[in-house]
Ligand binder design. Structure first.
Ligand code: C5P
Length: 233
């Protein structure tokens, strides 16, 4: 088990997720619980995973008015997970309120607050033409990262390709968490800004999130081991 690699547990139900973990001998690995599983099973799924010694990244990407986010974060804080997240696009005050809520709900400070910069399923064209956010995608990502840091986030979700620039701007301790990871020869799916675990390591990434490259692999256990091997090189 490597504590920096989170398996995206994107399953519709706990019984399917549990079955997958058991069948593929992945009990105890760090997992990311996202909207799909959480909206079906609620906080109980996180409690079950924690009881089974899985470190948890709770990926709910909160984005609402600051007070709502603060109160929601306070309610999530008792789950005592490793990482929770919000959208940086919610703005500075929302990020600050999220941090306050997190600390009000769990003063241990164990849970890191991570802000999503620009989703790895988006590219330059979507940013400029659909969202009408001008400028270079990388610059936008770095800007969201420094905004997040300024307002109390512990790190950001970004693509591998932006990690170094963010570290330069925000400091080496500011965490980078990267989805959009693909093993060699696996499908890109809907992700646009992708990279391998090895390149992620070289770019100074702190935490990897890997989903379909493992969950949809013919041999998920082997794919997981392969990811860890590449990451640890
Ligand atoms: O299957 P795949 O490896 O593409 O999984 C990516 C996971 O990371 C999904 O659970 C998705 O919600 C999440 N994610 C992402 N992009 C972000 C933040 C999270 O793809 N910026």
């Amino acid at each position: 088990m490597n504590p920096s690699v989170y398996l995206a547990l994107d399953f519709p139900t706990w019984s399917e997720a549990e079955e997958f973990l058991k069948t593929n001998e992945l009990q105890g690995v760090p997992v990311k619980v996202g909207m799909e599983l959480f909206y079906r099973e609620g906080p109980a799924v996180v409690e079950k995973l924690r009881e089974n010694n899985h470190p948890v990244f709770l990926d709910l990407k909160l984005h609402d008015i600051p007070t709502t986010v603060q109160r929601a974060m306070q309610n999530l804080a008792y789950l005592d997970v490793d990482l929770v997240n919000i959208h940086a696009l919610g703005g500075g005050e929302m990020i600050e309120f999220a941090k306050e809520g997190l600390l009000a709900g769990n003063s241990s400070g164990n849970t890191k607050l991570i802000a999503v910069t620009v989703l790895t399923s988006m590219d330059q064209g979507i940013l400029n033409n659909q969202l009408k956010l001008p400028g270079d995608l990388n610059e936008n990502v770095v800007h969201f990262a420094s905004l997040s840091k300024k307002h109390g986030a512990d790190g950001v979700v970004c693509s591998v390709h932006e990690s170094q620039e963010i570290k330069k701007e925000c400091g080496g301790d500011f965490l980078t968490v990267t989805p959009g990871i693909r093993l060699t020869n696996t499908d890109q799916n809907d992700q646009k800004r992708i990279a391998t675990p090895k390149v992620a390591r070289q770019q100074g990434v702190d935490y990897l999130v890997i989903g379909r490259s493992i969950t949809k692999a013919e041999k998920p256990y082997e794919a997981y081991q392969e990811a860890i091997k590449e990451w640890e090189i």
